[in-house]
Ligand binder design. Structure first.
Ligand code: SAT
Ligand code: MN
Length: 590
């Protein structure tokens, strides 16, 4: 069979704009060679083999984990660096109090000196990628240039990368420019810079996760949230999951939780045996791009094509789908190893670590064997419950939006917002205990509106107004909920079993959407009574359930005061609607 003409066109000739940019980066960074990524499994195999030869990847036990490898990042480079992440818009007000800001001219000048000659003696990889299905009108493209082969390989897993993306760029014209160099991996020379007005990203000095895989948080959230505001849609830190009831009807829910709060697990939920006939289909585990449709509903695509999930805690009991998914063709980063070369992390029922995540003989005195932010990188196609609609160009229709965080007290298991406007306040008020996904103290409660504190590319005041505007355009807006799987009792024990049992909360929401489930009105919104939840086979005690579904007015009055204080930081751009909604809640609390 003859090769199609477009397959014969060398990649650098497909898009003049990309070639010109690559050329200017080549002049600045002076790499030894340039590799344009074609995409596809043979390129991935080739990259993997090169990394193994260089000693950067270690093949794992081929019988138990065929096609799987271990990568160890520099111990000073193991999580996102929010304190070194900047939005460089022309006006500081546009970046807002929620972002670190630097003047774009100053940021470019500084980074230019960092990048000068930074790829000397190294290969520069050019990765054209598409966030979203290649044929989706909602998808947006970018090109990442990096001098890390591990990053290039990860991008091939996490995005639709290669020739198809570059062809789309040639058709679309525009693309997001993402320049990345690991530099010296010196925390003093590490910056993640975003230039939303130029649709560009410059990341220097880290090779880890969201700092370096620029399609993910940098493009699909920070830059895309800015683009989405201009274009009338939403780029959100949300999983997308389809819930199929025993009658075979599927409804989709999108849920925003901070990093490392169980989004991957919820998106791949395994229904408990006591809820027979229910099925779950994953559309996405981290990011949702939401578009108001002509039918007045909100439609979602997952811009990514893989998962960068937290390893610790993943096991056959908590998430058998995820565990099955990562048994093959998976890239593990910063996990521990057993004597027979299997990956190991805290929360696995069997096995014993002999080497910790830094490759040292395991010694509990050094802390956990696997880094708490150790990850698996795997293609979504490996997910046994990957939704047949995950690749639909038009996305899936969303029935409910869910916000949540990790809170030992205050927030009940679940409540429903009074309406969209109140829902925006509920999202804006989310607070959560910090996790190991970002450098800094773990377990400190902070506000994390819509789980977007580290990811919103512009002023939260404008962002909340944009949420209100999008809602006003939806004739059939999704209902909005808040959940908290992490409430604890006085002795610190979790009150709710979580994982598969969370389906009981999701089904209540969907029954609410179809007018079938009851609720009781409270000052903060609508809560299920215990009898409104399907508790068949649930082992939670009636007392625990009552505690989970309780609203303590004294705690909530304090919470409202705290929210008011927090929103006050955005006074210059805060929509009056949020203040008015907060007044309603406060009045109802008495
Ligand atoms: O941003 S990362 O991709 O490193 C992980 C996360 O915070 O969700
Ligand atoms: Mn995330």
């Amino acid at each position: 069979m003859a090769t199609a003409a477009h397959m014969l066109t060398p990649l650098p000739q497909l898009s003049r704009a990309v070639a010109d940019w690559v050329n200017s980066v080549r002049e600045l960074t002076t790499p030894r060679a340039i590799h344009w990524c074609e995409g596809g499994s043979s390129e991935m195999a080739d990259f993997t083999a090169q990394l193994v030869r260089a000693g950067e990847l270690k093949p794992l036990n081929a019988r138990e984990f065929p096609g799987c490898h271990l990568y160890r990042s520099n111990p000073n480079d193991v999580a996102r660096v929010e304190h070194l992440t900047y939005i460089c818009s022309r006006s500081q007000q546009d970046a807002g109090p929620n972002n670190h800001w630097m003047d774009p001219g100053k940021a470019h000048a500084m980074l230019r000196e960092f990048f000068r000659g930074s790829m000397r003696e190294r290969t520069m990889y050019v990765i054209p990628y598409c966030m979203g299905p290649l044929d989706s009108p909602f998808a947006r493209c970018g090109v990442e240039i990096t001098d890390s082969l591990y990053v290039a390989l990860s991008m091939l897993i996490m995005t639709r990368a290669g020739r198809g993306a570059l062809e789309r760029i040639a058709r679309d014209g525009g693309f997001v420019r993402g320049l990345h160099s690991i530099g010296e991996l010196d925390p003093e020379r590490r910056f993640i810079m975003h230039f939303p007005e130029e649709l560009s990203i410059e990341s220097y000095g880290s090779g880890y996760g969201g700092n370096a895989l620029l399609g993910k948080k940098c493009h699909a959230l920070r830059i895309a949230s800015w683009q989405a505001r201009t274009e009338g849609w939403l780029a959100e830190h949300m999983l997308i999951v389809g819930i199929e009831n025993p009658r075979g009807e599927t409804h989709y829910v999108a849920c925003a939780f901070p990093s490392a709060c169980g989004k991957t697990n919820l998106s791949m939920l395994v229904p408990p045996a006591s809820l027979p006939g229910w099925r779950v289909h994953t559309v996405g585990d981290d990011i949702a791009w939401l578009h108001p449709g002509a039918d007045g509903r909100l439609w979602a695509i997952n811009p990514e094509s893989g998962y960068f999930g937290v390893a610790p805690g993943t096991n056959p009991a908590t998430n058998s789908n995820a565990y099955q998914m990562i048994r093959r063709d998976t890239l593990f980063t910063n996990v521990a190893l057993t004597a027979d070369n299997q990956p190991w992390w805290e929360g696995l029922p069997g096995g014993k670590p002999v080497l910790d995540w830094q490759g040292r003989p395991y010694d509990p005195a050094n802390g956990p064997a696997a880094h708490p932010n150790s990850r698996f990188t795997v293609s979504a196609k490996r997910n046994p419950i990957y939704s047949p609609h995950a690749e639909d160009a038009g996305g899936v229709p969303i029935s409910a939006l869910v916000f949540g965080g990790r809170r030992r007290e205050v927030a009940p298991l679940v409540y429903e917002a009074r309406d969209w406007k109140h829902g925006v306040l509920v999202g804006a008020s989310v607070a959560s205990e910090t996790t190991a996904a970002a450098v800094g103290q773990v377990g400190v409660t902070r506000r994390d509106p819509m789980a977007m504190q580290p990811f919103c590319g512009y002023n939260f005041g404008d962002y909340w107004q944009h949420w209100l505007d999008v809602g006003a355009r939806l004739a059939h807006a999704p209902r909005i909920y808040n959940v908290n799987w992490f409430r604890r009792d006085a002795s610190g024990k979790f009150l709710w079993p979580g994982y598969g049992e969370n389906l009981r909360v999701l089904t209540w929401m969907l029954d609410r959407c179809s007018g079938k489930a009851g609720a009781v009105e409270t000052a903060i919104g609508l809560l299920p009574r215990p009898e409104d939840l399907n508790t068949a086979g649930l082992r939670t005690s009636p007392e625990a359930l009552a505690a989970l579904l309780s609203v303590d007015p004294a705690l909530w009055r304090k919470e409202v005061a705290d929210i008011r204080d927090y929103l006050g930081k955005f006074a210059e751009r805060l929509p009056a609607t949020l203040g008015a909604e907060l007044d309603i809640t406060e009045k109802r609390l008495g």
